[in-house]
Write a protein that binds this ligand. Structure first.
Ligand code: THU
Length: 140
């Protein structure tokens, strides 16, 4: 699957966003190393704190189905009822969850750039200087 196709999967996931409080709809498409796709959307809550981001929804779906080897994630976000036409970068909590399961040097985070293209970052670029996850295991 190309990056552009993975972004299309993220846009499909975004259609299911439950965001009656922020009105900001986010979709993510997570690809395993063997090419399986897990989609996720944000799921908000009136108590705010229980809100789950699209990225973590996708990760937790995958992990709870037995997949732990991930290659890439595409993310799209934008206001309810509009095209996701600006890059939407993952929050710090989601970056930390990615760090738990992904190789920081090779895992790619793909953001739609708003012009039909994509911005691509490694996890290490988005979350430098971490302790935890596979880095912690490697250093132990
Ligand atoms: N959100 C995500 O799902 N992923 C992101 O990358 C950014 C933020 C959600 C959380 C909340 O439901 C809404 O977007 C506004 O922050």
């Amino acid at each position: 699957m190309t990056n552009a196709e993975l972004i299309i999967e993220a846009k499909k996931a975004r259609e299911f966003a439950y965001a009656p409080y922020s009105h900001f709809w986010v979709g993510a498409a997570l690809e395993t190393k063997d090419g399986k796709i897990y989609r996720g959307c944000n799921v908000e809550n009136s108590a705010f704190g229980p809100t789950n981001c699209a990225e973590r929804t996708a990760f937790f779906k995958a992990i709870s189905e037995g997949d732990r080897e991930f290659a890439r994630i595409a993310i799209v976000g934008g206001m309810e009822g509009t095209e996701a036409d600006k890059p939407c970068a993952p929050c710090g909590v989601c970056r930390q969850v990615m760090n738990e399961f992904c190789d920081p040097d090779t895992f790619e985070i793909i953001l739609a750039d708003g012009h039909g293209g994509e911005l691509v970052f490694t996890l290490k670029e988005m979350l430098p200087s971490v302790v935890g996850g596979i880095q912690f295991q490697a250093e132990a």
